[in-house]
Design a binder for this molecule. Structure first.
Ligand SMILES: Cc1ncc(COP(=O)(O)O)c(C=O)c1O
Length: 367
């Protein structure tokens, strides 16, 4: 008798972007740029780093389960503390949602070409997952609505979506919500919220506090705290109360919680992070197009590039590694002919474009 159920035996684990040090060791390179994991090219919020330093003197004590950060978030977003949850990254909260609400015979519904972490979590639970094709690299909300059945328990929507960088509008979301029954829970994943918030068409989910919508946000992206593992969510207090039953009692860690609280006040860093991304988006979008690549316009901190085949993607990925640039192939996201490039600093973006030019020239010579 195998010790694991078949769906775990066949589960492909989440494979993160290649770490910089790994590539340095493999190829003996010193100058490596990682544009593979949508990390913040400015580094972490300085106020958050200072808060971490100042919150290490009582590490012998267990954390308080995120209570302080929940309080701060509740005040900031004019909610009750009972509407707020925190966790070790928004992915941890996503994992808790899967564990809390899904029964064995219920289904997860989402799009093809969305966040691979969700696919892995759903598969690890052994339930049926229904995926609807993207439409021009956008979530096809009408098609997702049509795919809802009485077994649908969780509907996952990422806005903006990773890895396409596209968003669905207020109008589209309003229409979609009309066809969602109350037995289906929507995860509205807003990991890239801050990059899209200025777009007037973007449906900031704080204005959509439906009883069956859970919003997830993170400090990993715009605040540069991916290594700290700190994220949060908003929902109806009954949903949060049930999530809190399942959540590991001592996450997030004390320094992570302090980092999150401090980051929320780091308006200067937030503005710089959004600004450098906006500049990089213009530069990189244009430069990629000038190289003749098919690029999807983005509302986030990365670009999806569509190539002719998975082989092309692999060839480009491998060739860029040789030149010290790490990007992300998207087979695991359900888009094998695509790759994703995180927007970096101007110097990083230029290094990428230079390397791409070299690789594209090489492929002309050796088809
Ligand atoms: C859409 C989306 N959701 C969630 C996450 C996970 O974020 P966290 O670091 O908060 O777990 C990511 C990270 O890449 C993401 O792209």
């Amino acid at each position: 008798m195998p010790l694991v159920p078949p769906y775990i035996e066949t589960l492909e684990p989440y494979k993160p972007g290649k770490p910089i040090r790994e590539l340095q060791e493999e190829l003996g390179l010193t100058d490596v740029v990682k544009l593979a994991s949508n990390e913040n090219p400015l580094g972490p919020s300085p106020l958050a780093v200072e808060a971490v330093r100042n919150n290490c003197s009582e590490l012998q004590l267990y954390p308080n389960g995120g209570l302080d950060l929940r309080q701060v978030l509740a005040e900031r977003f004019h909610l009750k503390i009972g509407n707020v949850i925190t966790g070790s990254g928004s992915e941890s909260i996503m994992s808790n949602i899967i564990r809390t609400f899904l029964a064995d015979n219920e289904e997860v519904l989402t799009s093809e070409g969305t966040f691979v972490g969700l696919y892995v979590l759903a598969r690890s639970r052994g339930v049926r997952m229904v995926t609807v094709p993207l439409r021009h690299y956008h979530f096809d909300l009408p098609a997702i609505a049509r795919a809802i059945t009485e077994k649908t328990k969780i509907i996952y929507l990422a806005n903006p979506n990773n890895p396409t960088g596209t968003l669905f509008t207020k109008k589209e979301f309003d229409l979609f919500m009309k066809s969602v029954p109350s037995h289906a829970l929507i995860i509205l994943d807003e990991a890239y919220f801050e990059y899209a918030a200025a777009n007037p068409e973007y449906p900031d989910s704080m204005e959509y506090r439906y009883d069956n919508v859970i919003t997830l946000r993170t400090f990993s992206k715009v605040y540069g705290l991916a290594g700290m593992r700190i994220g949060y969510g908003f929902a109806h207090d009954e949903l949060i109360a049930n999530l809190l039953k399942v959540k590991l009692p001592f996450e997030p860690s004390t320094p992570a919680q302090a980092a999150g609280i401090a980051a929320l006040d780091d308006n200067g860093f937030l503005a710089r992070a959004v600004a450098i991304n906006t500049e990089g988006k213009v530069f990189l979008g244009q430069a990629l197009e000038n190289l003749g690549l098919e690029v999807v316009p983005t509302e986030a901190n990365f670009f999806l590039v569509s190539l002719e085949s998975e082989q092309e993607v692999q060839r480009m990925y491998d060739a860029l590694l040789q030149l010290g640039v790490i990007i992300r192939p998207l087979r695991a996201f359900g888009l094998p002919h695509c790759l994703r490039i995180t927007i970096g600093t101007q110097a990083q973006n230029e290094k990428l474009i230079h390397a791409l030019r070299v690789v594209l020239e090489q492929s002309k010579v050796e088809p």
